[in-house]
Design a protein around this ligand. Structure first.
Ligand code: ZN
Length: 107
C-alpha cells in the first residue's frame, strides 16, 4: 500500500482519507457538522454553503446536499468568511479523529 494514500480509519467506507472525505463526507464527523451550540454553530458552515438542507419540523438540521461538485462546495465553505468557526470545526474533527485512532490502537 502506498504511504501517500491512507484509508480513513474512522468509518467503514474504506476510502482514502483526503480533505474532501474529512470535511464533507465521513459519517464519523456528521454529528459535529450538524451540531450547533451558541459558541460553536458548526452547522452554519454547511447550511450556508449547501444548496439543499433538510430539517425537521422544528428546524433542526438533519442533512445537507449540494448540486455543485465537492470541490466547489469545499471552496464555498472556505470562502464564507467564517474562518474562526471553520478552524474550530476542523479542530473538533481532529480531536474526534484522534479518539478513533486511539481506540483502534487500544483495541
Ligand atoms: Zn471516513
Amino acid at each position: 500500500m502506498c504511504h501517500g494514500l491512507r484509508l480513513c480509519k474512522c468509518c467503514e467506507a474504506r476510502v482514502v482519507e483526503d480533505k474532501l472525505h474529512f470535511v464533507l463526507e465521513c459519517p464519523a464527523y456528521q454529528d459535529i457538522r450538524l451540531s450547533s451550540t451558541k459558541d460553536n454553530n458548526f452547522q452554519r458552515l454547511f447550511r450556508n454553503a449547501a444548496d439543499v438542507v433538510q430539517t425537521d419540523e422544528e428546524g433542526k438540521l438533519l442533512s445537507f446536499f449540494s448540486t455543485v461538485s465537492q470541490d466547489a462546495l469545499m471552496r464555498r465553505i472556505f470562502n464564507l468568511g467564517e474562518d474562526l468557526l471553520l478552524a474550530k470545526f476542523i479542530l473538533r474533527c481532529l480531536e474526534h479523529r484522534a479518539e478513533c485512532h486511539a481506540l483502534l490502537i487500544g483495541g
